[in-house]
Design a protein around this ligand. Structure first.
Ligand SMILES: Nc1nc2c(ncn2[C@@H]2O[C@H](COP(=O)(O)OP(=O)(O)OP(=O)(O)O)[C@@H](O)[C@H]2O)c(=O)[nH]1
Ligand SMILES: [Mg+2]
Length: 721
């Protein structure tokens, strides 16, 4: 929750920069538990931004302030924490590593100009991190690697570097080696490979600097040569390589400048060993973030258009340019209202100003297009949940707005008199359905209100009110995401339960049948009289319903024929054997009887329904289930496992092909009954160590196998009893 900064040991005032060249936006990525949040905490403490580092286990960190994060002991949301180092403002964007929260990671990537891959020296790397590296490579995003948790007894720096190079490529090279203490295990310092100096952290931070001992000579020489060759290979100055090969000692300044340029261009990726606990390497990492990572000036802006989509000149990261900013994330704070994290791309955002807020392109996710002018009263610098007031946010920087009534994640903020639009980034599709029910009537009202708020902030959540199954379905990214959403709803005072997700089945006739509907009540008072005979025939899939009148001689008076049809239709909607709508039939009314006084519209409707039910009893009603077209994207090594799992799901594999957009990835196309896909989001992830993704779309209805249909009928009968 947003709170005043003093409460959390935040020291000093919010950093302010007026020059985009003095901003760095760095997103921290890497698998869950790699130590991102702990590293952010250590960097904030090391730069004096906060009094002392909090801890993830105690729930006292700047990033993981959400009660859901404290409960799950991991980050569940994107968090922004700025620090100042050497006059440069570094906005650290801490993302959750857990796959369910990939939407938060996407938002963080959008707001950043460079990525710090945090890799644990204890646990190594996961497939999702490898995939993310590839993705960053595709857009040329500058990257560096922090190898963390060096104080752990199983920490293995060399092996972790080797893993990183194997997965990320050869241009990933350490700038420092860890220096071990007398016990041969603890890491007390770093050996700088470029400077050939030793940095000792055991007694002080910043570290004491000294010359290396003779014993370090061979290790330094080997790693240094490799590093220098790597840097020179990426240098724009081709004469350097010649000089180096001839045995020239390249000047330190030249090496450092070339290194920084290659990093900023996204061609070279420095590795820094760090330990949040002992502060080893924090200063070295800050140097990389501020000196080697590029400022927003070097990052191409997303394309802008008018709010009607008409093309506009590309913009530059210029504080004096037209205002274009993007809502990276909106959270709903129970006390403050909406808190929106905003990345300014062009122009300068100021308090006490009226801006235009546009949201387009998210209609399919339940976010209708909106365009409104809104007054911004205050502007803040965020620090996790804390907000500190600020007077301006220039192009390239990140700030927070509170109390906006319309700003949703992905929205564009622009000048009132020059409204512009940038299309939101690609957001992942939620594929795990969770059916929820409010416990009481008053909970239902509260639920509707709270769900609207949650959906506004989280585009990776989709709300579906399924008219056929009459369920309220929240589509989530996975179980941990669902957990967070349910906890937030409960925290909002709504008492809810979950229930099994129902799939919208259909009923149809397997063959022709006849039905006699007789609704006759003539004892006392106004009587009821209607008799009708119908024939039911199946129609091809997707035909819907056809009604044919073959009455001759007026046995059913003309005005009651639509009544029979209405009665049949209403019975079809309610279903016959399992409560699902009946489809794809032709009903022919061929005989009947009426009474001059007692017949009525209502009586013939009832008779029509009865006739259809009798036809069902005499004939055979089958259940149809939706079948989806599914495309699964997996690393090649999982193809066997995923295909054999498909047969257990009654899936039909249509084919496989190499993924045209990625190396060593395969696309598996299949048709799978929707009932078998309810938990596929979770199960595919488990099967593929988090590296598989899939997309699904409705294809058609197919008959359900008899034994499964029988089970559905029994369940329906039991529920009715
Ligand atoms: N001893 C020690 N423990 C660490 C260090 N870094 C992280 N940890 C611990 O490792 C656990 C996970 O660290 P986090 O910082 O939450 O990891 P994360 O990368 O933010 O994880 P997600 O938020 O799930 O993506 C926590 O219990 C930390 O206290 C370190 O340098 N030394
Ligand atoms: Mg974290």
């Amino acid at each position: 929750m947003a709170q005043k900064s003093q409460e959390k040991g935040v020291t000093g005032s919010a950093p302010v920069v007026e020059d985009p060249g003095r901003v760095r936006n760095v997103v921290l990525v890497g698998h869950s538990g790699a130590g991102k949040t702990t590293l952010v905490e250590a960097l904030l403490a090391a730069t004096g931004t906060i009094g002392r580092a909090g801890s993830v286990t105690e729930g006292t960190t700047v990033s993981d302030h959400d009660p859901a994060a404290v409960k799950q002991q991991r980050s569940v949301a994107l968090s922004c924490a700025p620090l100042m180092h050497n006059g440069i403002k570094v906005n650290l964007l801490d993302t959750p590593g857990y796959a369910d929260f990939v939407g938060e990671l996407r938002a963080g990537l959008r707001a950043a100009d460079a990525a710090l891959f945090v890799v644990s020296s204890v646990d190594g790397m996961d497939a999702a991190t490898a995939a993310l590296w590839e993705e960053c490579a595709a857009v040329g995003m500058p990257r560096a690697v922090a190898i963390t948790r060096l104080d752990h007894q199983r920490a293995d720096f060399d092996e972790t570097v080797a893993t990183c190079r194997g997965v990320f490529g050869d241009n990933v090279l350490p700038l420092y080696l860890p220096l071990h203490g007398d016990d041969g295990q603890s890491v007390v310092g770093l050996i700088g490979l470029i400077t050939q100096r030793i940095f000792e952290y055991s007694a002080s931070y910043p570290p004491a600097v000294r010359d290396p001992d003779a014993e370090h000579g061979p290790a330094i020489a080997e790693a240094r040569n490799e590093l220098i060759e790597g840097i020179i290979a990426e240098s724009e100055d081709e004469s350097l390589m010649e000089r180096y090969l001839e045995g020239d000692d390249i000047e330190l300044e030249v090496l450092i400048t070339d290194l920084e340029k290659a990093v900023a261009r996204g061609h070279f990726f420095p590795v820094v060993p760090v330990c949040a606990e002992t502060k080893v390497g924090l200063d070295a990492l800050l140097e990389v973030l501020t000196s080697a990572f590029p400022s927003p000036l070097e990052h191409e802006l997303p394309p802008v258009t008018g709010t009607d989509g008409s093309p506009r000149e590309p913009l530059k990261c210029d504080p004096n340019g037209p205002l274009v900013a993007e809502v990276v994330k909106t959270t709903i704070d129970p006390y403050v209202g909406r808190v929106s994290l905003v990345r300014v791309f062009s122009g300068t955002l100021r308090p006490e100003s009226t801006v235009h807020i546009s949201g387009h392109g998210m209609e399919a996710r339940g976010h209708p297009d909106h365009d409104t002018d809104e007054r911004i009263a205050h502007l803040y610098t965020p620090l996790g949940a804390n907000v500190r007031e600020t007077q301006a946010c220039v192009a390239g920087d990140i700030c927070a707005l509170t109390k906006s009534t319309s700003a949703e994640t992905g929205d564009t903020i622009s000048a009132k008199d020059k409204p512009l639009l940038i299309m939101p980034w690609d957001m992942p599709e939620p594929l795990l359905p969770v059916a929820i029910v409010a416990k009481t009537r008053s909970d239902e009202d509260a639920l509707a209100k709270n769900l609207g708020r949650l959906v506004a902030g989280d585009p990776t959540m989709r709300l579906e009110r399924n008219a056929e199954t009459r369920q309220l379905v929240l589509w989530c990214m996975g179980e941990a995401h669902a957990d967070v959403v349910l906890d937030r709803l409960k925290a909002g005072g709504v008492d809810i339960d979950t229930e099994p997700v129902k799939v919208a089945l259909r009923e149809t006739f397997a063959g022709p049948s006849k039905g006699h509907g007789r609704h006759v009540k003539q004892s006392g008072g106004h009587g009821q009289y209607a008799v009708c005979d119908i024939e039911v025939e199946p129609l091809p899939r997707g035909s819907g319903f056809e009604f044919v009148d073959r009455i001759v001689g007026g046995v059913v008076p003309h005005n009651y024929i639509p009544s029979v049809e209405k009665g049949v239709r209403s019975q079809m909607e309610r279903g016959i054997v399992a409560g699902y709508p009946v489809v794809d039939i032709k009903v022919t009314l061929f005989d009947g009887k009426a009474h001059s006084v007692d017949s009525s519209d209502a009586a013939f409707q009832t008779a029509g329904g009865l006739a259809l039910r009798e036809a069902a009893e005499k004939g055979q009603v089958t259940l149809l289930e939706p079948v989806d077209d599914v495309t699964i994207r997996i690393p090649d090594s999982f193809v066997g496992a995923v295909m054999s799992d498909m047969s257990g799901r009654r899936g039909r594999v249509l084919g496989t092909e190499p993924d045209p957009n990625a190396n060593e990835k395969t696309l598996v196309r299949a048709e799978v009954p929707a009932t078998e896909l309810v938990r596929y989001a979770v199960e595919l992830r488990a099967m593929t160590s988090g590296s598989g993704t899939f997309a699904r779309s409705f294809a058609r209805y197919d008959p359900m196998p008899t034994h499964l249909a029988e089970q559905v009928r029994k369940e329906h009968a039991a529920a009715k009893a």
